[in-house]
Design a protein around this ligand. Structure first.
Ligand code: 1Q0
Length: 211
């Protein structure tokens, strides 16, 4: 799996996410996350508790996409409309739809902000920068607020094992360090556009705090 991973693959998938009228295709969104899972798995078993949760969420969304109502799940926009119109979203805890597409995708959406912040800090980092520090700063500024103490603690332990900056650039498998930096500069605006469109859609529909 480690051999097949390349930063190009991740970025290509997120690039494919946007339709002409700026809707977000779920198929490519989860394909981007699949690439990230393969990257995380290549970092070692300590990341397994993180990647297995992502795999679970990809699976839930994939099941919606391939079942009989699949066409309603073509884009995040159509999913939100379909699930809200049909009362398929639990707005408070303890309802009958604990695994709605909307709440499942929200977890990945929050993690996408972490990815965006982390890749941006990596892009502008210097040789002295520590990936584990960059990664945990990005985590604390995004995902951490949604995680209980025990998960934050475990995430901290996993992050300490991240490879150093040079090795990290190599694992991304996208050419020289300068190539990686250039690629990130081109691709990050696309990830951030996908993030922002989703964020605005969820905000407009009051879905940002789904349990
Ligand atoms: C590079 C290493 C990754 C470092 C990740 C930062 C720490 C994240 C710690 C998250 C712990 C996840 C365990 C389970 C959490 C769930 O409780 C939580 C909520 O779900 P629920 O159903 O209980 O309400 N789930 C989540 O928040 C989902 C997302 C968490 C995972 C986010 C990991 C993002 C990883 C990205 C891949 C690494 C790519 C790095 C560089 C990319 C290079 C192309």
């Amino acid at each position: 799996m480690a051999d097949s991973f390349s930063l190009h693959n991740v970025l290509d998938k997120f690039k494919l996410c946007l339709s002409d009228n700026k809707e977000v295709y779920i198929q490519y969104y989860i394909a981007g996350w699949r690439e990230l899972v393969s990257f995380m798995n290549s970092l070692g078993s300590v990341f397994y508790f993180i990647s297995s949760d992502v795999v679970k969420k990809i699976q839930i969304l994939d099941n919606y996409l391939t079942d009989e109502n699949g066409p309603q799940y073509l884009t995040i926009q159509s999913m939100v409309k379909y699930e809200l119109d049909n009362k398929l979203v639990d707005l408070t805890k303890g309802g009958s739809h604990p695994e709605s597409g909307c709440r499942t995708l929200l977890r990945l959406h929050r993690a996408l902000l972490w990815l965006q912040l982390f890749l941006e800090s990596l892009r502008t980092s210097t040789e002295e920068s520590k990936t584990s520090a960059l990664c945990s700063e990005a985590y604390n500024a995004s995902l951490a607020q949604y995680h209980p103490w025990i998960i934050r603690k475990a995430a901290g332990v996993a992050l300490c094992t991240l490879p150093g900056r040079d090795a990290f650039f190599d694992v991304m498998n996208a050419g020289s360090h300068q190539d990686v930096i250039t690629l990130l500069g081109e691709a990050l605006p696309q990830i951030s556009e996908v993030y922002q469109i989703t964020q605005d859609l969820y905000a407009k529909n009051n879905l940002l705090d789904l349990p």
